[in-house]
Design a protein. Structure first.
Length: 170
């Protein structure tokens, strides 16, 4: 498998600007398809774990005698996370990205070099676009990373909450 180093591979003619279109450089198919499968799997599995956490949350609340309707579990978890000072925005982003990868389009890759040397971000475009003004037409790898970080933070908060739930039992 041949890996690409953007710093060594990209030339001025590869760079897209409003004045001129950039040109693609080859990405090894194994790398490209492996990355797409990995991202798809990550989003699918994170979504599945969120659903399992929601079910577990409901079962544990029922077990300690607290009534919590299934339809309210998500809102309760959201409230707990936000009361802990963390954002819940990652969950909606997870849902949006999972639906995109699973149902909506075949993605294309680009590399964002606008932040300068060493601060590159992988862009996964929803279609072959010519401008990057409409953020709904692509997702940044850093945004997917933010979903993972949000999930990790939320997981610890939920775990702590459920431990406290059982500590109040006689």
């Amino acid at each position: 498998m041949k890996y690409i180093k953007v710093t060594e591979t990209h030339k001025e003619e590869h760079v897209f600007t409003l004045q001129k279109e950039g040109y693609a450089f080859d990405i090894d198919d194994n790398l490209k398809y492996s990355l797409l499968i990995d991202i798809d799997s990550l989003l699918f599995e994170l979504n599945s774990v969120c659903e399992l956490i929601t079910s577990l949350f409901h079962v544990l609340y029922t077990n300690v005698g607290k009534q919590l309707k299934k339809k309210n579990v998500g809102l309760t978890i959201k409230r707990i996370i936000e009361e802990a000072g963390e954002s819940w925005n990652w969950f909606q982003e997870l849902d949006n990205q999972r639906n995109f990868f699973m149902h909506e389009a075949a993605p294309y890759f680009a590399v964002d070099i606008t932040k300068g040397h060493g601060n590159y971000d992988l862009l996964i475009m929803r279609e072959n676009i010519e401008t990057f003004d409409d953020h709904t037409k692509f997702v940044k790898m850093s945004e997917i990373n933010a979903v993972v970080k949000g999930f990790s933070s939320a997981k610890a908060i939920i775990q702590g909450h459920l431990i406290q739930l059982y500590k109040i039992l006689p």
